[in-house]
Design a protein around this ligand. Structure first.
Ligand SMILES: Cc1ncc(COP(=O)(O)O)c(C=O)c1O
Length: 414
């Protein structure tokens, strides 16, 4: 079939497409697979009860269900949800925002497709601009969303060692060049895959750099505050007219409703709404129908702070202790888990590539994600890219225990 360059790229090289397919096939062919790959949040019964209650209220209300499924929302997204969100953010953070500063998308993944192609690619004056990821590793889902070729750039991070086995990546500001070829800066905070939470100082510096260059700073807050609040360290959440903050209902426990939330200045929100209209007429309304009351009443904050955060905090402590115990005898480092539900393992002496390790583990019924997928825009050859794997510890602890034992055995056997 004759397709555009974008079509060809998606058909032949889409990393996330290939990986999602591979993980899906491996799981469907073998139900005994230990799933430490993928990005699903845990099914937390106390959290699911809130969603079930919301759904039951919706069904029992005289017309609410029919309204939720029977009407298109405006391209900007469900008005009641947006108004509730605007009030919540004003109250929680004191930000000067109105509903005109918020748009919904079908999952935040769609938000990144829209934003990266608005700020990156060919401009009307004939110039081409790129999206800068100032910290690698960075979220795999960004990799293939550019309609134009080569949309992303990134730089190697600085590495600090907190102790024998715990390390942390930092932005190398000395080598971070923001010039007229950059259309926007983007970071995930907390970062998928590493669990890094960029410090307030790093965010402040990025904000200054973006403002000085009159480009937006996009912050992917899929795991951050005020929900789902999977952050185990102190961090301030800020917003200003030059920042684009992306939130999501997914990691709260609602990935299937596909609701992403963009907070930005009115001009950006207007553009996002117009792209929504072109791409899908309107964002879906089921997520807002389930979550609006949780937002209006502020329960979404309690849910996140009192149930979700402690749930993952307990899990990460156990996973970390177990990983350090099992991997004893190997040269390994784990990224300081400051947020998300991933552990990022680095084996500096790995004699094979991360992909080969992934394949070997798959044969032993353990699914992980090879680290090399998480370096969008970093072209430079760097052995580190092939020395890491990402583990999801959000599922039941038995799965993690068995999985990490096998990973340790496999790496020791090399
Ligand atoms: C850092 C990050 N951003 C964005 C997304 C996309 O989430 P969704 O499209 O479900 O909102 C994910 C999903 O795994 C993620 O990890």
């Amino acid at each position: 079939m004759n397709v555009s360059r974008f079509g060809k790229k998606i058909a032949t090289t889409s990393g996330i497409g290939r990986l999602m397919e591979d993980l899906g096939n491996a799981l469907s062919q073998n139900t005994d697979m230990l799933m430490l790959g993928g990005g699903n949040p845990a099914h937390i019964p106390d959290v699911q009860k809130y969603f079930r209650d919301s759904m039951e209220n919706l069904l029992q209300d005289n017309l609410a269900f029919e309204k939720a499924i029977g009407n298109y929302d405006p391209p900007q997204g469900n008005i009641e949800f947006i108004e509730a969100m605007s009030r919540l953010l004003r109250k929680e953070f004191g930000w000067d925002i109105t509903p005109k500063n918020i748009a919904l998308t079908n999952g935040s993944q769609s938000a990144f497709f829209i934003l990266f192609n608005i700020f990156g690619g060919a401009y009307q004056d004939g110039t081409e601009k790129k999206i800068m990821f100032p910290l690698a590793p960075e979220y795999i889902g960004y990799s293939d969303v550019g309609i134009s070729e080569d949309l992303f750039v990134s730089i190697e991070p600085l590495i600090s060692h907190e102790d024998e086995h715990i390390f942390k990546y930092h932005i190398d500001f000395e080598n971070l060049n923001i010039d007229e070829t950059i259309g926007a800066i983007c970071v995930s905070r907390p970062t998928n895959p590493t669990g890094n939470v960029l410090t307030d100082k790093e965010i402040e510096k990025l904000n200054e750099l973006a403002a000085a260059n009159k480009i937006p700073l996009i912050i992917d807050n899929a795991y951050g505050m005020p929900f789902p609040d999977i952050i185990f360290t102190q961090a301030k959440l800020t917003w200003n007219e030059n920042m684009i903050l992306c939130l999501s209902l997914s990691k709260l426990g609602l990935p299937a409703v596909r609701t992403g939330i963009i907070i930005a200045n009115e001009e950006v929100i207007d553009m996002v709404a117009k792209v929504n209209a072109v791409m899908s007429l309107a964002p879906g309304g089921i997520g807002p129908a389930i979550a609006t009351d949780l937002i209006r009443t502020g329960k979404i904050i309690n849910l996140s702070r009192d149930i979700i955060k402690p749930f993952y905090f307990n899990k990460v402590q156990a996973a970390l202790i177990q990983a350090i115990h099992e991997l004893d005898g190997i040269n390994f480092h784990i990224h300081k888990p400051e947020g998300t539900f991933f552990l990022w393992l680095w084996f500096p002496d790995l004699p094979i590539t991360d992909t080969e390790l992934y394949e070997r583990l798959k044969k032993r019924n353990v699914l992980v994600v090879p680290g090399n997928y998480f370096f969008p825009g970093l072209k430079k050859k760097w052995p580190h890219k092939n020395q890491c794997i990402r583990l999801n510890y959000s599922q039941d602890s038995e799965t993690f225990s068995k999985g990490i034992k096998i990973i340790a055995e496999e790496v020791k056997s090399l």
